[in-house]
Design a protein around this ligand. Structure first.
Ligand SMILES: [Cu+2]
Length: 146
């Protein structure tokens, strides 16, 4: 057991502690607020999280044509949803079914969501532009509507 005083010996460490706590609170405010932390709308066909592990979770989803996917950035990082061979560092990392248009979400900040409705059946492979090289790649299978 130590005395109560020895844990906080100098004003300098008190101030450092305050700065540390303030940074944590600010980080929390940025990273833990926003629509990504609210329940998704009920008409969403599939939800994918963009994580602090720099991956999509789950990285493979299947939905019927006409369904909307919601990507939720629950991480502290900015991510993108990109299905465009012209924008990927390795064009082979992205794939579109015949007749589907390439698209790019642009930057999705921490706490934000991105939604896209898929009408063309087939297999889509998409990347997060900043983290493509780290394997942040996902697959979507859109099945023909019944
Ligand atoms: Cu990313």
């Amino acid at each position: 057991m130590s005395s109560g005083r020895s844990a906080w010996p100098t004003p300098v460490s008190c101030r450092a502690f305050c700065i540390w706590v303030t940074s944590l609170l600010m980080l929390g405010a940025c990273g833990l607020g926003g629509p990504a932390h609210q329940p998704p709308p009920s008409d969403i066909a599939a939800v994918v999280e963009m994580t602090n592990g720099l991956n999509f979770s789950p990285d493979e989803i299947t939905l019927p044509a006409g369904g909307t996917v919601e990507w939720r950035n629950t991480s502290f990082f900015t991510h993108t949803i990109t299905v465009d061979p012209a924008r990927a560092s390795n064009p082979d990392d992205v794939r579109l079914p015949p007749g589907a248009e390439p698209f790019d979400s642009g930057e999705i900040p921490a706490g934000e969501v991105f939604r896209r409705r898929f009408t063309t059946p087939g297999t889509y492979r998409y990347v997060c532009i900043p983290h493509e090289g780290m394997g942040m790649i996902g697959t979507i299978t859109v099945e023909p509507a019944a």
